[in-house]
Design a protein around this ligand. Structure first.
Ligand code: 13P
Ligand code: SF4
Length: 348
């Protein structure tokens, strides 16, 4: 653990490099980053906002992405040729993204194509996925989506074809389907460890949405019991959760949305409000500091260890070796195909 003097020194060094590089450098930070990192960033946002920023910023030569690997990868796919994307720790992954790899996804895709017309299914992939999966979607006329535009992506997909293959987050997919009024039996879970995903041919033919059996270990920890306890303790409390939570938790919440939605919800809540949030703890703790006139708390322990891998030392090391270390690189062919799926999302 760094003491305060060390930390101050590191921050000063980071600020000095930022000043020297000026417009050549942009530091993007996800809402789940610790406060010290967010304070040093040029822009903070949810995964959609950050990918938009990466796609539109033309000035910076260096994009340093403080978030997890799939986010930095998306920035690298969307950035211009002259730009270099770096992440302070290349090992900052995402467990959910790791739950779908290309071999498993292609197998599932081919299994489905053996039962229904391939042209009747649109692949939709959550941003929390490896670039190879995004490329698979691009090659098959699909799109990427995030928690802030999943309903629009579903509408887009259904306008084109009758079925959606959604991966890797079962819960975001189901919560989006529920929001659109789909019946439970129209959405089936695809378990990649089972033949035909654990389904019969008849079920596959009838289903409208196939939900890959993936989940976030942080967001699925929240339970209806946590919500009940908070409501008992604070009768006027509002509960806000992220759509990676289970449908049971979502149904018991007062509001549900992406990290940027949660930030906006807290900002717009009247002074004196009490709000319990079901998402990553660093965002919640920052909101509690930013809005001292409101009582902000977490529903339950919720640190994402991957997001937490990014720290001041690693950020400084990256900046001291700007353009050279922790560079996010993606093979050209994968970049090309993944970009199609990301562009489809940006044009929604
Ligand atoms: P947002 O797209 O809402 O920022 O969420 C990203 C994420 O990883 C949530 O766990
Ligand atoms: Fe991945 Fe969950 Fe962490 Fe988000 S909170 S980055 S989904 S592990």
């Amino acid at each position: 653990m760094k003491d305060k003097t060390d930390e101050k020194e590191t921050i000063e060094k980071i600020l000095k490099i930022k000043k020297e590089l000026g417009k050549e450098l942009i530091i993007l930070t996800h809402h789940y980053q610790r406060k010290a990192i967010v304070d040093l960033g040029d822009y903070r946002g949810d995964s959609f906002g950050l990918s938009q920023k990466a796609a539109t910023d033309k000035d910076a030569r260096y994009i340093v992405f403080c978030g997890v690997h799939f986010m930095a990868e998306s920035a690298a796919i969307l950035s211009q040729e002259h730009q270099i994307v770096q992440i302070p720790d290349l090992d900052a992954g995402c467990w959910m993204a790791d739950m779908a790899d290309l071999i498993m996804v292609e197998k599932a895709w081919n299994d489905v194509a053996g039962i229904v017309e391939k042209d009747s299914v649109t692949p939709l992939v959550y941003m929390n996925s490896d670039a190879h999966i995004k490329a698979h979607c691009g090659r098959n006329n699909g799109a990427v989506c995030t928690s802030s535009n999943a309903p629009d992506a579903f509408v887009w997909a259904f306008d084109r074809r009758g079925k959606i293959f959604f991966f890797p987050d079962e819960h975001l997919g189901r919560n989006t389907g529920n929001r659109m009024g789909l019946a439970p039996e129209e959405m089936i879970v695809w378990d990649p460890d089972k033949p035909l995903g654990g389904n019969t041919e008849a079920r596959i033919k009838k289903a409208k949405v196939f939900l890959w059996k993936g989940y976030c270990l942080i967001h699925t920890r929240f339970t209806v019991d946590h919500i009940k306890k908070k409501r008992e303790e604070f009768p006027d409390i509002k509960i806000v959760t992220h759509p990676e939570c289970t449908q049971e938790v979502v149904k018991e919440s007062d509001a549900v949305g992406s990290t940027s939605f949660i930030v906006k919800y807290v900002k717009e809540a009247p002074a004196g409000s009490t709000i319990a949030i079901g998402t990553e703890i660093n965002l919640i703790e920052r909101l509690a500091i930013e809005y001292p006139d409101k009582t902000i708390m977490t529903l339950f322990d919720s640190l994402c260890p991957n997001m937490y891998k990014i720290n001041l030392d690693k950020l400084l090391e990256t900046l001291e070796n700007i353009g050279m270390v922790n560079v996010v690189t993606i093979p050209e062919e994968i970049k090309h195909d993944a970009r199609i799926a990301l562009d489809n999302m940006l044009s929604l």
